[in-house]
Design a protein. Structure first.
Length: 265
């Protein structure tokens, strides 16, 4: 925005020059500074109290409280949205200018953490602690299941080799796996820890199923089957001679040929 204003000169009472205007943070319309001027004015030091901690922050005098929060992020670790700045007992908005509310060199500002953000951080911390605890509990169960899985593999090898195992071996091992399964069910977990718990549950169930199948196979004795077909050289002799090893005796004809002739008239 430009506006002409009169200016006194040697040849006339007044002359006109152009003035540039600018909008400062907070919406205030002021005269635009010339090139080379410090756009934010002189630097000031502000004392910031955060509970038992105290900081001295140096910022341009015409900065906003939002600008001050950005500097405090590096000092306190609190994000800008987590900060609440109070000056003279009143909370200030991010767009308010320091010099407009009376903040000067060595002025005191109080920094508080936003209660809602603090509560969310506490809840997140609790969730992280709960997740870590769930991870540890699942890891303990996994270690026990690893030991039991070796016993399952041993039984499987014995049965595959044709040997038999006492039924109590299957019963005891199955009960131990069920105990670990109950431990997994009692674990309160969310997110990735819940996923790991579910994987371990399926793993335990697969070992229990394997034991059930091995127990059934163990109850069936293995027998060596041989060819039950026997071949003999005894043949049954029929009257026709079929099936006999000896050729049939030729049957003599009962017809008798004579030389007696019968005469006909």
């Amino acid at each position: 925005m430009k506006k002409s204003v009169p200016k006194r000169s040697e040849n006339s009472s007044f002359s006109f020059r152009k003035i540039d205007w600018e909008v400062r943070p907070g919406g205030m319309l002021v005269q635009k500074r010339e090139v080379g001027d410090d756009p934010f004015g002189p630097m000031i030091k502000i004392k910031v109290s955060h509970y038992s901690y105290h900081y001295e922050i140096t910022v341009p005098a015409q900065s906003t409280f939002g600008d001050l929060k950005k500097v405090l992020v590096q000092e306190t670790g609190l994000e800008s949205k987590e900060q609440r700045l109070l000056f003279r007992g009143k909370e200030k908005e991010d767009n308010e200018c320091l010099h407009m509310v009376g903040v000067k060199d060595m002025s005191k500002v109080i920094l508080l953490e936003d209660p809602a953000c603090k509560e969310r951080k506490l809840e997140e911390m609790k969730r992280n602690q709960g997740m870590l605890k769930a991870y540890e509990e699942v890891a303990k169960v996994r270690a026990e299941v690893d030991k039991l899985s070796q016993k399952v593999l041993t039984l499987e090898k014995i049965i595959h080799n044709g040997s038999q195992v006492a039924d109590k071996e299957f019963v005891v091992l199955t009960e131990l796996l069920m105990v670990e399964l109950l431990k997994l069910d009692a674990i309160q977990a969310d997110g990735e820890a819940k996923k790991q718990r579910r994987i371990e549950v399926h793993r335990v169930q697969s070992f229990v199923d394997t034991l059930d199948n091995l127990k059934v196979r163990n109850s069936i004795p293995l027998t060596s089957c041989s060819n039950a077909v026997s071949v003999t050289t005894r043949w049954e002799t029929f009257e026709s001679g079929v099936g006999s090893l000896n050729a049939p005796v030729p049957i003599q004809s009962a017809t008798k040929i004579t030389q007696d002739w019968e005469l006909f008239d």
